[in-house]
Write a protein of this length. Structure first.
Lengths: 111, 469
């Protein structure tokens, strides 16, 4: 399972990192699991213009770079990962974008 | 006093910080957090297929145990979610599993990508820095622990010796022959070996945890670094009393550093708890106070003993052909100079002491107005002496037929001086220094019977190995 034809994506992992970071937009301090992040990136991609989709070079449903991208973002301190339990007691690994200032403070400053 | 306070507070903070860093890394290298348990609950067929996929992926990870467990748990959770979504879309169970696994790509490639993501350059640098930091803390802890063990060992041996003495069994003192150099050097060397071993192990475990690498993959670097740094310290850096057993242990320290980097390195380090830190900090305070007290009461670290600048043995016999008082066997060196060539009062004083510039032993004789034109090749000869700290008159040890060190006598004003480095010679012990010269008849004579003392080796292991006998 490869990602793209190689002509558009010189660094597929870098592209995936950008898409993953974009999935955190407008979220505040909310944490997301890997599958949710994937669904958000997929929705953004399907919402995009066909030309942009071709440029992205992704095959629908391809998740091969999702976790390498998430883990490299975590290693670079761009996202924070933690384990949380759901209502059934099952633990999931969640990610949240690291911010220089708390989102609430940013909102207050903007207002 | 402020410096001491800063040392204690700073040293304690450093120790606590380094132990905290090691413990943090240990958690990463351990069996993983509780949350690493697989949340997947599938049928037997699906679980086996997923487990095989995760095994192939994990084989390429080569990460610390906790990271592998986390990645496995996270991907298992992802697959469970993905399979449930696909089943909701109408796929049957087997097709959903195959599709979900296929979307993640080849497991080996996924494992390699995840390893590259974890083992970033930033984490490698953090691991290197953290390893050095932890090694420093481990060295201090190991050194303090070694000293505590050494003190306990000395107390235990002393108790056994006292018990045996009470029972009428007397063991010869191992301190008498060399002023305790053997015991001291052995204690220093074993303490340093323990410190080097703990420091190297701390460095490997900490850098592995921080850089997300298996301990064995970073062990080679730390083994080489530990062997070089601690080997240099043991062989060239640490100066003090030496003996063959101590030097043998010091020569083994590079090997000990390498072994501590590799042998059972996957096993967790012993837990350093609160009490260990309290004992270490207390030891640091006590030792600092001890060093402070010693440095305040002593201005010289010379290993030479025998009294400060003792007077020369002045002979009052008219013909000066015999030694005064008891026979100190000075004639073993050379006959005394005839009075015709060396009138009484030629030398008015002299002695020996520590030479501040070189750390050696400076001997000198003061000339009292008489010329020494009759004499050539003036030199100070150092001969092995009878033990000065044992009963008896002392003097030259007649078992030796030649001096063990000779230095030309240099005239400085009215003083004939020379500097000996007894502290760089092995097994010197008691010594006598005698001024000799060649007379008009071509024979060598004693001009003045100098003082005596005792010196013990003080230098590095390399100095010991290369020292003349």
């Amino acid at each position: 399972m490869t990602r793209g034809d190689g002509s558009a994506a010189v660094s597929p992992l870098a592209d995936e990192r950008k898409r993953v970071l974009a999935a955190f937009e407008d979220l505040g301090d909310e944490s997301l699991t890997g599958p949710v992040i994937f669904r958000r990136t997929y929705e953004r991609l399907t919402d995009a213009e066909p030309a942009d989709r071709r440029e992205a070079g992704t095959k629908p449903g391809d998740q091969s770079l999702l976790y390498p991208a998430l883990h490299s973002l975590e290693a670079d301190w761009m996202v924070h990962a933690s384990w949380v339990s759901d209502s059934n007691g099952v633990r999931h690994r969640t990610y949240r974008k690291r911010r220089l200032l708390p989102q609430r403070l940013v909102g207050t400053l903007r207002s | 006093m402020i410096g001491l306070l800063l040392l204690v507070v700073g040293g304690g903070a450093y120790l606590i910080a380094s132990v905290a860093l090691v413990r943090r890394s240990e958690r990463r290298l351990g069996t993983g957090p509780d949350e690493s348990g697989s949340p997947v609950a599938l049928g037997q067929t699906g679980a086996a297929e997923i487990s095989a996929f995760l095994d192939r992926m994990a084989a390429e990870l080569r990460l610390p145990v906790a990271d592998v467990a986390e990645v496995r748990a996270e991907l298992a959770d992802h697959l469970a979610d993905s399979i449930a979504s696909l089943e909701a879309e109408g796929f049957d169970m087997e097709t959903a599993i195959r599709e979900a696994l296929g979307r993640l790509g080849p497991p080996a490639e996924l494992g390699r990508q995840l390893r590259a993501a974890h083992q970033s350059t930033r984490r490698l640098l953090a691991g290197a820095g953290g390893g050095v930091f932890a090694a420093g803390g481990g060295f201090v802890l190991g050194y303090l622990g070694g000293m505590v063990l050494a003190i306990l060992g000395v107390v235990a041996v002393s108790a056994v010796v006292a018990l045996l003495a009470a029972l009428g069994i007397h063991i010869p003192s191992i301190l008498a022959n060399d002023n305790g150099a053997t015991v001291n050097s052995l204690l220093y060397a074993t303490t340093l070996a323990l410190a080097a071993a703990i420091a190297t192990r701390y460095a490997v475990r900490t850098s592995a945890g921080l850089s997300r690498r298996a301990p064995r993959t970073v062990a080679t670097f730390w083994a080489v670094a530990g062997a070089l740094v601690f080997g240099w310290l043991a062989i060239f850096g640490m100066r003090g009393p030496q003996s063959w057993p101590g030097v043998a242990v010091e020569l083994c320290i590079p090997v000990i550093a390498v072994a501590s980097a590799f042998v059972r390195i996957e096993r967790p380090m012993p837990h350093v708890g609160r009490w260990a830190l309290i004992v270490a900090a207390t030891s640091l305070v006590v030792l600092s106070l001890g060093v402070f007290a010693i440095s305040g009461s002593s201005t010289s670290g010379s290993s030479t003993s025998g009294g400060a600048l003792p007077s020369l043995v002045v002979c009052s016999e008219p013909d000066q052909s015999t030694s005064c008082g008891p026979d100190l066997h000075f004639d073993t060196v050379a006959p005394m100079a005839p009075a015709a060539w060396l009138p009484e009062g030629t030398f008015t004083g002299g002695g020996w002491g520590s030479d501040p510039a070189s750390g050696g032993t400076r001997v000198d004789d003061t000339i009292g107005g008489q010329a020494l034109s009759n004499w050539t090749d003036l030199r100070f000869e150092a001969w092995h002496g009878l033990p000065i700290d044992e009963p008896g008159p002392g003097g030259i040890d007649t078992r030796y037929s030649a001096p063990f060190a000779v230095q030309p006598a240099v005239l400085n004003g009215n003083d004939l001086t020379a500097v000996f480095h007894f502290e760089r010679l092995r097994d010197v012990g008691s010594w006598c220094v005698v001024l000799t010269a060649v007379g008009p008849d071509g024979h060598r004579y004693r001009l003045d019977d100098g003082g005596g003392g005792s010196s013990y080796f003080n230098g590095s292991a390399w100095d010991w190995l290369t020292a003349p006998q």
